[in-house]
Ligand binder design. Structure first.
Ligand SMILES: Cc1cc2nc3c(=O)[nH]c(=O)nc-3n(C[C@H](O)[C@H](O)[C@H](O)COP(=O)(O)OP(=O)(O)OC[C@H]3O[C@@H](n4cnc5c(N)ncnc54)[C@H](O)[C@@H]3O)c2cc1C
Length: 470
């Protein structure tokens, strides 16, 4: 028997019908299977159910219900709060379900929910197509899309969740359903931004667009002491930037990488990052002034393939390092906000901490805030503080600094976080309520309808009515 709570007979019946792999704590591979991207997370589920297909997901949900087990759901395992893995309960792991099927005529991709963005990019680009994903191709499609999805095509084609046509999902009652504008439309509304609260998605269907194969990337890296002039140039650029360009400003330390000269590793820098999806010459001309603000230490941008551009950051966010990321939205980049930011970054505890300001607007802001669960569509900028370090003895200091910086910047924001960059989701009731704003009540209603007992709660948790007392 795995734990006292699980009935042996029921477990045998479940295990006999399960087509994927069940990993128990004494099995070889258990430690690898329970690991997620953030090395701060060290949880030990009683059972890991690596599903092979949607029937396995149905069986697993029913088994967990019958045995009253806490459930976590793993997509790509990249959420900074480590929601994908729980202590003692059951981790339903989608990572073996990664098939992507593209219908080039209809321009639709059917994506199994354990896929990474690299899987989607490769399958779609084989037909000259793409859909908006994230900025690191090793991130899971599932968590990123369910929380919104902010990538290099956001201003032209919107968030990842804006390009969902339908999902297939197993809800808390163990039923398989489809959700789209026409079927279970309330559920479909909630899944576009509301996270993993409503069930286990088995398939996402995305709209595709002709993209590439050539795109133009923006990646000049300047000395840290030029931060203000680079930021000022970028801020002016953002005011009139075409929607083909989605760009960001960042402050960082040059990472250790074999392609970068060793003497530069750890150098404090500011940088610009972005992509232009349109005629290559037009993109080069547009980005040139941003590459000429001063004398870059390195300039990694220029024409490249969409696939390479999507993988540009993959090696800099290593699995198993220690992370604490927190975000907020800004309607504008005021001088006061910039002053506050600069005073904090000068005191950062280590150069690997990345501060990144993403320009939003464009297609993201053209969708009404009530049209999907994702909020904060009018904000012009997303501000994210990405703490990263390797020594556990440094954790407290780094986390305290990110929290202090986030609180100091909060006075320039309308409140709330991007639910995919929420730290550990501290003070959850207040955090999710302020993050979902006017959409929160409807999210509670949909949660109450599809998951009245809060069976799915290892996530940006929206409590059903019975539990909030609303
Ligand atoms: C290196 C890195 C780069 C990133 N870059 C970006 C970026 O550019 N843009 C952006 O928007 N975000 C970005 N993110 C944040 C990212 O969106 C979140 O970390 C997201 O949760 C990742 O999804 P996942 O499937 O890998 O996560 P997981 O940790 O597996 O899951 C996250 C949440 O989703 C739930 N979930 C997972 N699979 C399912 C499913 N099949 N059905 C229902 N619920 C499910 C989980 O239970 C959990 O609550 C980045 C994160 C990292 C670590």
């Amino acid at each position: 028997m795995m734990t006292k709570a699980i009935d042996t007979e029921r477990f045998r019946t479940y295990a006999d019908s399960f087509e994927g792999q069940l990993v128990l704590p004494d099995a070889e591979g258990y430690d690898a299977a329970r690991k997620v991207w953030n090395g701060l997370i060290d949880r030990r589920p009683a059972l890991i159910a690596r599903c092979a297909n949607a029937d396995d997901v149905v069986r697993s949900v029913r088994f967990a219900r019958e045995n009253n087990l806490l459930v976590s759901v793993r997509g790509g395992g990249h959420h900074v709060a480590g929601y994908a893995v729980c202590d003692e309960g059951m981790m339903i792991d989608m990572s073996a379900m990664r098939t992507v099927t593209v219908d080039p005529g209809a321009r639709i991709a059917r994506v199994q929910a354990g896929a990474l963005w690299a899987d989607v990019d490769a399958a779609a680009q084989a037909h000259g197509l793409a859909t908006p994903g994230g900025e690191v191709s090793l991130t899971g499609v599932a968590g990123l899309t369910l929380g919104g999805g902010v990538g290099y095509m956001r201003r032209k084609y919107g968030l990842s969740c804006d390009n969902l046509l339908a999902v297939e999902i197993v809800t808390a009652d163990g039923q398989w359903r489809r959700a789209s504008e026409r079927e279970n439309s309330d559920l479909f509304w909630a899944l576009r931004g509301g996270g993993g609260n409503f069930g286990i998605v088995t398939v996402f269907e995305f709209r595709l667009y002709p993209v590439g194969p050539q795109v133009v990337t923006l990646n000049p890296i300047y000395p840290f002491d030029q931060s203000r002039s680079v930021l000022e140039t970028w801020r002016r650029f953002a005011e009139t930037a075409p929607e083909e360009a989605s760009t960001s400003f960042g402050i960082w330390g040059i990472p250790e990488h074999p392609d970068i000269p060793a003497e530069l590793h750890g150098t404090p820098v500011c940088l610009l990052d972005g992509m232009f999806i349109g005629p290559v010459e037009q993109g080069e001309t547009l980005f040139q002034p941003l590459r000429d603000v001063g004398e870059p230490i390195l300039d990694l941008g220029g024409p490249t393939t969409y696939l390479e551009a999507q993988q540009g950051f993959d090696e800099f966010m290593q699995d198993g390092d220690l992370y604490y990321w927190k975000s907020l939205y800004l309607d504008q980049l005021s001088n006061e906000a910039v002053d506050t930011m600069m005073s904090w970054v000068k005191r950062r505890p280590n150069p690997r901490l990345l501060v990144i300001i993403r320009h939003l607007g464009g297609a993201v802001s053209r969708v009404a805030e009530s049209a999907t669960a994702y909020q904060n569509r009018k904000a012009q900028f997303m501000f994210s503080i990405d703490g990263a370090w390797s020594d556990p003895a440094e954790s407290e200091r780094n986390i305290a600094w990110v929290r202090g910086f986030w609180e100091a910047m909060n006075r320039y924001s309308n409140g709330g976080v991007y639910v995919n960059f929420p730290g550990f989701g501290e003070n959850p009731q207040h955090l999710w309520q302020s993050s979902y704003g006017n959409n929160y009540r409807k999210l509670v209603a949909v949660k109450t309808k599809y998951d009245p007992t809060n069976f799915f709660r290892m996530n940006q948790n929206i409590k059903p009515v019975a539990q909030t007392g609303n």
